[in-house]
Design a binder for this molecule. Structure first.
Ligand SMILES: [Zn+2]
Length: 237
């Protein structure tokens, strides 16, 4: 290259750079190319054909709040004595009051009274001699027993499940035709109020008791339950 040609080209380049738009044109094209290459490279990184698209790892969700299902009969219950639970159960059975002509609200709780040096373990229901006495529950006449010095004419009734024994004492007489093994329905007349046995002759009453039977199911063997709360009105509050 001759010196004159080199000088001419140098002049041309310097005149372009010196042109008001020359420098801006060069910088603009360079910027465009730089952006195009950068964009292509970044796209290839994320969506390169042939490589599996990487899905974001799903974030582990907390397990749904679950609570154990509790049946009503599994609900935690306050600790009660067995006798209290039995009385609550018998209340639910809605036992018939054994002397229907007498108001249960006039009943006095004499279950724990001392009688002849022993705990009474029954309730006395005062009523005129000859007042009908009825079965408090369905069941069966398990035993008709004449206890001369104690209960007098008595009936031992088992409930349908043989879990409880209802005891009726000091009867004046039995209902006509009553016999051992007879099926009873709640409200059936079984006898009449009297003073047989050791009851004061001037105080006819029904001595009534409830016994929880043991596994041997003997009419003379059982744990006495207080019948009083079975018919007591529900406590206020
Ligand atoms: Zn009594």
């Amino acid at each position: 290259m001759s010196t004159s040609v080199a000088r001419r080209r140098a002049r041309t380049a310097s005149s372009m750079l010196g042109h008001p738009f020359g420098l801006g044109l060069v910088l603009g094209v360079g910027l465009f190319v730089a952006l195009w290459i950068g964009g292509a490279l970044s796209d290839r990184g994320a969506y390169a054909p042939g490589s599996p698209r990487v899905e974001p790892t799903p974030r582990a969700l907390p397990p749904p709040a679950t609570y154990p299902t509790i049946r009503s009969d599994e609900m935690p219950r306050p600790a009660l004595s067995p006798a209290v639970e039995d009385v609550a159960f018998l209340r639910l059975r809605r036992l018939q009051f054994p002397v229907p002509s007498t108001d249960p609200r006039r009943l006095r709780d004499d279950f724990s009274d001392s009688r002849n040096g022993r705990s009474h373990e029954a309730i006395d229901i005062l009523a005129p001699r000859g007042t009908p006495v009825v079965a408090v529950d369905d069941g069966v006449v398990q035993k008709m027993f004449h206890s001369v010095g104690k209960g007098g004419l008595t009936v031992y009734q088992f409930d349908p499940e043989g879990a409880y024994c209802y005891y009726y004492a000091h009867l004046d007489r039995y209902a006509d035709g009553l016999r051992e093994g007879q099926e009873l329905h709640k409200g059936d007349v079984i006898g009449y109020v009297g003073t047989t046995g050791n009851a004061p002759p001037q105080t006819p009453h029904l001595h009534f008791a409830i016994f929880k039977l043991g596994p041997e199911k003997k009419w003379w063997k059982g744990a006495a339950l207080n019948p009083f709360p079975v018919w007591a009105p529900p406590r206020a509050g």
